[in-house]
Design a protein. Sequence first.
Length: 276
Amino acid sequence: MTKPAIIVKDVRKEFILPQSKNSSIKHAFVNIVKRNKKTVQKVLDGVSFTVNQGDFFGVVGRNGSGKSTLAKILLGLYKSNESGGTRLISKNSVVFQDFCKYPLDVRNNIELGSESSQDSFAIMKSMGFKNEYYKKGIEVFRKNIGRCFLNIENQDYLDSWELDITSKEGREDKLKRIDLEFEKTLEKRISQYIQTNLSFCVFEVNTKEERLFWESKITSTLSNAAKFGEIKPSENWLGNHSTKDKIRESGLWQVNELYKESLTEAELEKLLALVK
């Protein structure tokens, strides 16, 4: 008898979109953060299906119809609304449209992100990675969150977590000291923290330069507001336990481009148009 591999039952997902028309930079950001004005966009509404082991199952739909959102719910990157949910009987991997996390084939890209991978760093080393790909492989955002967990618990593994693997010496040291089981557990805690505590606003840009521009402007606007006491993180914010002064002082996980030029009113209006 064929056994089910994936069970999806009554999955629903909505996203909250900010809608602010304030001319004041400060008030606009307050509205975005507090969601004083919001529009709810329904992406998935009562999706149910079962995929049996060995099945080839396709989901077809127009752009924006929720295909990627459904895949991310299956992976646990998003949570479904209300009582619906998913059940994965076996381990699963996903290749998104921009599948090349590293310049390898699809199989090795999946294996690098899989819990079943015995040693991702060994795979990276055997493939002859250059320094820039190691930098891409370490997601600073997740690393910052993990650092806080380790610091709160006074974990000895903090030194290993902090190792810089952009150099040959650092990679070799990491391979000697890495505890894969410990890091798997920590990565799960980081994912759970992100899913439970953070919300994301995603908008499309056309070039790398445009992305860097908005990253700098948004980070600078928020850090400048924190600097002058207009906003501050909660006392319970995990980042208060960071070993990095910039994170604690700015109240931000992203600390590149701090305290530079804030958004102008014209740039703010353009940004609000992008995120609608």
